[in-house]
Each structure stands twice: as C-alpha cells, then as structure tokens.
Design a binder for this molecule. Structure first.
Ligand SMILES: CC(=O)SCCNC(=O)CCNC(=O)[C@H](O)C(C)(C)COP(=O)(O)OP(=O)(O)OC[C@H]1O[C@@H](n2cnc3c(N)ncnc32)[C@H](O)[C@@H]1OP(=O)(O)O
Ligand SMILES: O=C([O-])CC(=O)C(=O)O
Length: 378
C-alpha cells in the first residue's frame, strides 16, 4: 500500500485483518458459533470433543476420542523436571504471569502420537500442562502437595480434584465443562490476534500461546473476570450498586464485565452463564455476590440508557460467580479462562500457518523530524 492510501486505526475496531473458519461472532444479533454450530448446541457435549472440533474442524472419531482423552490425562501429570521448574516460581506470582512464563519453558514431546502433525501435538500438550500447572501452582501457594490426574476421569473432574484435593460433584463438573466450552474460542479477540501475530513470524506454538496468555491477562480483556467479581465484593450488597455505577460513570471509570467491542446486544455467553450462576449461588455469601452483580447490570442498563447508550454484560460478568461457587479464588479466574481458550489459540495457530504471512502494520511517525545529515563528514 502506498503512503497516501494508508488506513489509520489505532484500535483496529471494525477493520478486517484476516479470514477464519473457526468461529463466527455475530455482534449485532448476539450469536456465536464454533465451526458452524451455535454455542447453545455445544453445551452438554464432552469438553474434549468440542476442543477437537474447534481445532480440527470435525468431530473426533471413536479412536480419536480415546487417544485424545488418554493423551490429555497423561500429559496433565507434571514430570519431576516440570515440578522443579514450578518450584522456582514465586508462590504468590499471579497465575497468569506464571503461565505466560512457564509455557515456553516446557520440553515439547518429540514424537507424534495423535496423527495430526507436530504443531497440533505440541499445542494439545501445552493445553494439558496448563491445567496441571494451574492446579499445582495453587497447591504450592497453599503449602500443599501437588496432586496428579487419575486415568479414565474427565478433564475437569481431574482438574477440580487436583486443585482442591477432593473430588467434585457431577454437577460441578458439568458446570465447569459448560463454562469452559463457552470460553474456548472467540475469533480475533486481542489474545488470539496477538498469538496470530506471533505465529506470523514463524515462531513456535509455545511462543504464540505465551503471547496470547500475556494479552489475555489485562482487565480490558480476560482479566475482567477477576475484576468484575472483585468489584461485586467491593460494592458489598445489591442496594449499593446503583450509587457505585453512577460514581463510576461520573468519573469515567469502566465497569468491569460490561461492554464489548463486537456485541451490540447481550453477549450470548452471558445469557447462558447468568442462569448457571443463579443455579449454583445458593449459599448466603455467593447469593449476595450474585444479587450485587444483577443489581449492577440493572443499574448499568438504567444509567447507560439515560445517556442514550446500550452497554451489555459480557462473558466475564457472571462467569466469576460460577467460578466462585466452585471454590476458585478470584486471582485464578483468568488462568482458568486461558485453560479453555488455549484450544482456540491452537486452532488459530494451525489455521494461520496454513497460509502464513508476516503481520506488520505501519505507524504514523509523530516524533522529531529527521535531522539533515552532515554530508561533509562522509
Ligand atoms: C473476554 C473479553 O475480553 S470481554 C471484555 C472484557 N472487558 C471488560 O469487561 C472491561 C470493561 N469494558 C470495557 O472496557 C469496554 O467495553 C471494552 C474495552 C470491552 C470494549 O471497548 P470499546 O469497543 O473500545 O468501546 P469503548 O471503550 O470505545 O466504549 C464506547 C463507549 O462506551 C463506554 N463504555 C464501554 N464499556 C464501558 C464500561 N464497561 N463501563 C463504562 N463505560 C463503558 C465508553 O466509556 C465509551 O464511552 P464514550 O463514547 O463516552 O467515550
Ligand atoms: O472478542 C473479544 O474481543 C473479547 C471476548 O469476548 C473474548 O475473547 O472472548
């Protein structure tokens, strides 16, 4: 493109920067589908089957299902060198910083066992390790021993057991499966785009995933899950919600978990997560948090409406209440988001690499004019 015909967009809002066949975000109508299937129809499907569909575009065969389950469970066991590595990470380091740093240090398997190519093998290996790293980092922070997965158990059954040290109920596993399916993939969100930029330089999959995780961490993106529930904790009770919202808007402070770059209506994932949170938050403390979130949403609708704006709840708003009811501390929410989204990252890495090109935009220079060179010195 010539200098004169350059586009300028600081935030790339509305700018199409590539093609994808992985997921479709229809922002005006509030629809989201993975590989052509509406997310509402994916809830209830085994988590790993959806992960396979997202990555490879087809449902797994019976043999692929068996191999994948064994592969993911085997690699969710941290080896001694991996445990030593984690042992060097400060125990109070935010789990997202731990993941971003540790993922590129993992020793990738050299052999292919799933028959889908080495990049896919490495991506799925990282996805298995991430669940183990999150659980182990939490256990170490609690001065407890690291626990390992049990062969034959479902991914999230193993995860919750490795995290808490006791087996979850079937209902808890079902809820976590659903929440994680909803978070698995979302087109060119900032984290996925960062991963594609990294992939575009021909960096390996672990670098690309690490770049995505770093990008997911921020509060305007994935980190809003932690921030939204901590906001509800800080507000304290539903009757204080309206004053809180009014004060935020008066001071131009963003309300966490509200608003979205693409959706011009309620986020379809929030629509599913809200009733899930209602079902799970039954004890007085969780119910008070959830009631506070509901009151914040209502106050936002009222306040934004009176300013002629429509800002809706996004995926992050009610998800924290679901995670909280599963006993997950707020600072682990975004890492659990990464634990699901990593399958989307792998899918985008593989898709992008099929037709790779370097992503390198242009900047409008606003610094000092270039000084004229002293020709006599030459
Ligand atoms: C998984 C995810 O990443 S989902 C998103 C998670 N992030 C959050 O929940 C953080 C809170 N939300 C936000 O900051 C924003 O809504 C974003 C970053 C998600 C989207 O932002 P953008 O598309 O850039 O919208 P933008 O920030 O331009 O907002 C448009 C207007 O709505 C306002 N607005 C948007 N969201 C919010 C919010 N949560 N609280 C208060 N005002 C808001 C903006 O202040 C802006 O007002 P203005 O036109 O008077 O300046
Ligand atoms: O698409 C986005 O910008 C953010 C989002 O909802 C996600 O990553 O799930």
């Amino acid at each position: 493109m010539s200098e004169n015909s350059s586009l300028f967009s600081a935030d790339l809002a509305g700018v199409v920067v590539g093609e994808t066949a992985i997921s479709d975000v229809q922002g005006d109508s509030g629809l989201l589908s993975y590989r052509g299937i509406d997310i509402n129809d994916l809830i209830g499907t085994p988590f790993l089957h959806v992960a396979w569909l997202v990555i490879f575009g087809d449902w797994p065969t019976e043999a692929e299902k068996r191999n994948l389950r064994t592969f993911m469970c085997d690699h969710a066991r941290l080896t001694h060198p991996e445990q030593d590595l984690l042992g060097h990470v400060p125990r109070d380091l935010h789990p997202m910083l731990m993941l971003q740093g540790v993922v590129p240090l993992l020793q990738m398997p050299e052999e292919e066992t799933l028959g889908k190519g080495l990049d896919a093998e490495h991506g799925l290996f990282i996805a298995a390790k991430i669940s183990a790293l999150i659980a182990a980092h939490y256990r170490l922070s609690q001065n407890k021993v690291i626990l390992h997965p049990t062969a034959g158990k479902l991914r999230h059954d193993n995860f919750l057991t490795m995290f808490h040290g006791k087996a979850p109920s079937r209902e808890q596993v079902r809820m976590l499966d659903a929440a994680q399916i909803l978070q698995m993939e979302h087109s060119f969100n900032a984290g996925t785009f960062a991963g594609r930029v990294c992939a575009s330089t021909l960096a390996p999959v672990q670098s690309s995933i690490s770049a995505s995780i770093g990008t997911l961490f921020g509060r305007l993106h994935g980190g809003a899950d932690q921030a939204a529930l901590e906001m509800a904790m800080e507000i304290g009770s539903p009757e204080k919600a309206e004053a809180y919202v009014q004060e935020c808007l008066a001071n131009k402070v963003k309300i966490m978990g509200m608003g979205h770059r693409e959706y011009r209506t309620v986020d379809p994932r929030a629509k599913i997560l809200k009733p899930m949170a209602m079902e799970l938050c039954t004890d007085p403390e969780s119910k008070n948090l959830l009631d506070t979130l509901v009151a914040v949403e209502a106050a936002c609708q009222k306040e934004f409406g009176s300013r002629g704006k429509e800002i809706w709840a996004n995926v992050e708003f009610y998800k924290g209440a679901v995670f909280h009811s599963l006993g997950i501390p707020t600072h682990y929410f975004t890492a659990m988001f990464a634990m699901a989204r990593v399958f989307g990252y792998v899918a985008h890495f593989l898709e992008f690499r099929q037709d790779n090109c370097l992503i390198r935009p242009r900047a409008a220079y606003t610094g000092k004019p270039t000084a004229a060179r002293d020709q006599s010195a030459a």
